[in-house]
Design a protein around this ligand. Structure first.
Ligand SMILES: O=C(O)CCC(=O)C(=O)O
Length: 269
């Protein structure tokens, strides 16, 4: 697995080898990218958004993934899956999502000179609760996104431990480069695990274990999934998505609903 250690933000620069690995595998993990103090600031902001859960919230009962409560009225029906609109929730998320250090990495990964952050996709805090937090089947994030080109990068920041026990992500390296037939996905665009051809690919999946401050950058076509949370603590991750400024969202779709956000030439703290 591609794993880098942060040394100094100002000097942080991906090497040719890192870029070749990302282009090959479709993801990149950087350890200790976000300082503890900034993670703590985000956790404080999340706590005040969770008790009570401040709208807009997506509930587990709404997604109906395996393990989710049957309805909002069932036991666990009020379990949040995502605190939506992280941009508008607290200044710390805006600072983080639009920071120069993030921008320079995303630009290198996409091979472009200017990138924008989307308010319409991800832009959320993933809240995976024990008990009622559901698992998410194999999928590509691009499935519901509409852009000129299927070339976006997501930044996933762990605010605590993410491992098999508490519902970490798994990815299948290289799957962002494959052309798929529509029939390899079900009606909801999940990758069908009843097909031998698909299962051959799933066999090469790897688990992404992370600690607070680690980040995962991944391509919007990369197949990934996540387990349920079998620990006794909620798992919290901050997730934003980026695209080249000349990769336009298709007008009239959800991808174009709110304006994209320019990145700054400043650090997050
Ligand atoms: O944490 C999860 O269950 C999966 C999240 C995810 O892959 C997504 O929202 O696209």
């Amino acid at each position: 697995m591609q794993v880098l250690q942060r040394t100094n933000h100002r000097q942080f620069k991906l090497t040719e080898e890192d870029l070749a690995k990302f282009s090959q595998d479709g993801f990149l993990v950087i350890r200790n990218f976000c300082e503890r103090a900034v993670c703590e600031e985000m956790l404080a902001a999340i706590n005040s958004s969770l008790n009570p859960a401040l709208a807009p919230v997506e509930y587990e009962a709404e997604v109906q993934y395996p393990g989710a409560p049957e309805s909002r009225l069932s036991p666990g029906g009020d379990t949040p899956r995502r605190l939506l609109n992280a941009f508008a929730r607290d200044e710390v998320f805006r600072r983080w999502a639009t920071a120069g250090q993030v921008g320079s990495i995303v630009k290198s990964l996409l091979g472009v000179s200017q990138v924008l952050a989307s308010q319409n996709h991800h832009n959320c805090i993933m809240t995976k609760y024990p008990g009622y937090g559901s698992s998410t089947g194999w999928h590509q994030d691009i499935r519901y996104w509409r852009f000129d080109r299927p070339d976006l990068v997501t930044l996933w920041l762990a605010l605590g431990k993410e491992n098999k026990q508490n519902g970490s992500l798994s990815v299948i390296p290289g799957t962002h480069r494959i052309h798929y037939d529509r029939g390899q996905f079900d009606a909801a665009y999940f990758f069908r695990t009843d097909l031998k051809q698909n299962n051959e690919l799933v066999k090469s999946s790897i688990d992404i274990e992370m600690s607070a401050g680690d980040v995962l950058f991944f391509h919007c076509r990369l197949l990934h999934c996540a387990r349920q949370n079998h620990s006794d603590q909620v798992k919290l991750s901050v997730v934003f998505t980026y695209h080249a400024s000349n990769n336009y969202p298709i007008a009239g779709t959800r991808s174009a609903e709110h304006p994209d956000i320019e990145l700054r030439n400043m650090e997050w703290r």
